[in-house]
Design a protein around this ligand. Structure first.
Ligand SMILES: Nc1nc2c(ncn2[C@@H]2O[C@H](COP(=O)(O)OP(=O)(O)OP(=O)(O)O)[C@@H](O)[C@H]2O)c(=O)[nH]1
Ligand SMILES: [Mg+2]
Length: 387
C-alpha cells in the first residue's frame, strides 16, 4: 500500500534582460561607435532538498514560483545584472514530474540536492556585438529569451512520523479527522477502520508531520484474531506512537486490562516497534466531568504504575488535541536534531579514523624507506644510530 502526498505548482523562470542599443557620445570623439551592453541572464528555479520538511502541504498555499528577470544592458558597454536564482525547498524523497508531458524530471533524495526545474532565459545582446566592417553603426540588438515555464507535479511517498495504537473504538480515526484533512470513517462499532490511512497534520506556519490511523488491535491479534497485525508494519518507520485509551469504554471493559492487551500484542509482533517512544493518551474526556476524568485517569495511571507522559483529549470537542499535536511536533523536531547530532558525531568519528589510517599508512611508507640509503627519492636526511 502506498501513501502519496501530491502537489501541483507552476514555476516561471526569469526572462533574460534585453540587449541595449546605444552609441558612444563624447566630446571630441566623433562617431564613437556602438556601446550597448548585454542584458543579464534570467534567474533559474531549483528545487532543493530540505530535511526539515516532511510533507508537501505548504505547496497548497503557495502554488506559484517566479524567479527574477535579468536586467537590461546599458550604455558604455555595461552588462545588466543577472536575475537571482530561486531555491524552492522540498522534502527529501520528492519526485518531480512535468505535469503537461508527464515526463519524470528527477528525485530530490538528499538534503541539499538541487534539481533544475526551470532554466532562466538567456541574456540579450547589445548592439556592440553587431558592429562589422560594413556596418559601423548597427541599430540591431537581441532581446533576452523568455525563461522556462513549467507546471510541475510533486509527489512524496509519505512515511508516517506518528502512529496511533488502540483497541477498536478507542477514537483513533476521530482524532485523525480532527487534526488533519484526512477523513477516515468513524463509527461506534469495532473495526470501522479496515485499512491504515495517513493524515498530514499542520502545526503553526511551517511545521507538519504525518499521522497514521491503523485498524484497532484486539487480544490475539498477533495470531490473526480480528484484523491481525500485518498493518503494524506501517508503524515500523514512525518515531512516536500514541496509545489511545478510552477511559470509559462503552462495552464496560477495564481500561487497565485494555492497555495491557495492546502492549502485549505489540511486543508479540515486534520488539523494535514495542521499544519505540510511546505516549499514553486518554480519549473521550468530554464524556466525563473534568473532576471525574482526572480521578479516573489517576486511578488508571496508578493501577498501571505508568511512568511515561500521559495526556487527556476529546477529539469530538477538540479539547487538548491542538496542544497534543504541538507537543508531538516539538518532540519530532528534538528527535530529528538528536538523529542529526548522532550522524554528525559519526561523520567526525569516521573522519578522524580515516586521518589516523592515512597517518599510519604514511608512517609505514617512511619506515620502508629508511634502510635503503642510496634511493634517489631519499632526499631527506637520514640519521644512523650506531650501537
Ligand atoms: N464523546 C466522544 N466520542 C468519541 C470521541 N472520539 C471518538 N468517539 C466515538 O467513539 C466511536 C469510535 O470512534 P472511532 O474514531 O471510529 O474509533 P477507532 O479507534 O478508529 O475504531 P476502529 O476503527 O474500529 O479501530 C465513535 O462513535 C466516535 O464518535 C470523543 O472524543 N468523544
Ligand atoms: Mg478507526
Amino acid at each position: 500500500m502506498k501513501f502519496i502526498d501530491e502537489a501541483s505548482i507552476k514555476v516561471i523562470a526569469g526572462k533574460g534582460g534585453n540587449g541595449c542599443l546605444s552609441f558612444r557620445r563624447e566630446k571630441y570623439i566623433a562617431r564613437g561607435g556602438p556601446d550597448g551592453g548585454d542584458g543579464g541572464d534570467g534567474g533559474s528555479i531549483y528545487l532543493i532538498g530540505d530535511a526539515a520538511l516532511n510533507t508537501l502541504v505548504d505547496f497548497r498555499f503557495q502554488p506559484r514560483y517566479r524567479a527574477q528577470t535579468g536586467q537590461q544592458g546599458m550604455g558604455t558597454d555595461c552588462t545588466g545584472a543577472g536575475g537571482d536564482d530561486l531555491l524552492v525547498r522540498v522534502p527529501i524523497g520528492t519526485s518531480v514530474f512535468d505535469d503537461e508531458t508527464q515526463s519524470f524530471l528527477g528525485d530530490v533524495s538528499n538534503p541539499g540536492d538541487k534539481l533544475l526545474v526551470a532554466r532562466g532565459g538567456k541574456h540579450g545582446l547589445g548592439n556592440v556585438h553587431f558592429k562589422s566592417s560594413t556596418n559601423r553603426a548597427p541599430r540591431q540588438t537581441k532581446p533576452g529569451e523568455e525563461g522556462e515555464v513549467r507546471d510541475l507535479r510533486l509527489e512524496l511517498k509519505l512515511i508516517a512520523d506518528v502512529g496511533l495504537l488502540g483497541l477498536p473504538n478507542a477514537g483513533k480515526s476521530t482524532l485523525v479527522n480532527t487534526v488533519s484533512a484526512a477523513r477516515p470513517k468513524v463509527a461506534d462499532y469495532p473495526f470501522t477502520t479496515l485499512v491504515p490511512s495517513l493524515g498530514v497534520v499542520s502545526v503553526g506556519d511551517d511545521a507538519s508531520f504525518v499521522i497514521a490511523d491503523i485498524p484497532g488491535l484486539i487480544e490475539g491479534a498477533a495470531d490473526g484474531a480480528g484484523l491481525g497485525v500485518q498493518f503494524l508494519k506501517h508503524l515500523s518507520r514512525t518515531r512516536i506512537l500514541l496509545h489511545l485509551l478510552d477511559v470509559q469504554p462503552i462495552d464496560g471493559s477495564d481500561p487497565v486490562e485494555n492497555y495491557h492487551v495492546i502492549e502485549r500484542e505489540l511486543e508479540n509482533y515486534s520488539q523494535a516497534i514495542a521499544d519505540k517512544e510511546r505516549w499514553l493518551v486518554f480519549t473521550k474526556s468530554d464524556l466525563l466531568s473534568e473532576q471525574a476524568q482526572k480521578q479516573r485517569v489517576s486511578e488508571i495511571i496508578d493501577a498501571l504504575s505508568y511512568q511515561g507522559p500521559t495526556y487527556s483529549i476529546s477529539a469530538v470537542s477538540h479539547q487538548g488535541t491542538d496542544e497534543l499535536m504541538q507537543l508531538v511536533s516539538q518532540r519530532l523536531d528534538e528527535l530529528s536534531e538528536e538523529a542529526e547530532d548522532i550522524a554528525a558525531r559519526e561523520e567526525v568519528h569516521q573522519f578522524s579514523l580515516q586521518k589516523r589510517q592515512e597517518r599510519i599508512a604514511k608512517r609505514q611508507v617512511t619506515n620502508d624507506d629508511t634502510n635503503n640509503d642510496d634511493d634517489i627519492d631519499d632526499a631527506d636526511i637520514e640519521v644512523h644510530y650506531e650501537p
